[in-house]
Design a protein. Structure first.
Length: 133
């Protein structure tokens, strides 16, 4: 079952990178929650698919070519750890955004119920997923 969870996250991120918000949201549980540890002030927590869709639309407006280049998917049972580079070009500034981070996705019955974005490194994401490096 856990390899299936990796595949769910892979397909979800492919939809994200295509800026296919409808396709992306089809992988989310109705009670989906997004926790962004890289938020400018503290953590940014967004609950529900519609609120998360608005969050993504804001990201895509600010960075029209925004994407997540995942370098590694780690099977952690009902969780999937991703080592990622977030990249994009600012719509207004033209400045490049390039941030290395790690994420933890929790999958239940084929749907993503939680995504924690912006861990500083692979080790901290593994720890959050209950794995030791």
């Amino acid at each position: 079952m856990s390899q299936e969870n990796v595949e769910v996250v892979q397909r979800c991120l492919a939809a994200f990178n295509a800026h296919d918000i409808t396709g992306w949201s089809s992988f989310l549980d109705s009670e989906f929650e997004l926790v962004d540890h890289m938020a400018a002030v503290g953590e940014d927590v967004v609950s529900g698919i519609e609120a998360t869709r608005r969050q993504l639309e804001g990201w895509f407006d600010a960075f029209p070519d925004f994407r997540a280049e995942t370098e590694e998917f780690i099977d952690a049972g009902n969780r999937v750890v991703c080592v990622t580079r977030w990249r994009g070009t600012g719509a207004a500034s033209g400045l490049l955004y390039d941030q290395a981070a790690a994420e933890v996705f929790t999958v239940r019955q084929g749907k993503i119920v939680n995504a924690e974005l912006g861990f500083d490194n692979r080790a901290s994401a593994l720890k959050a997923a209950g794995l030791a490096e």
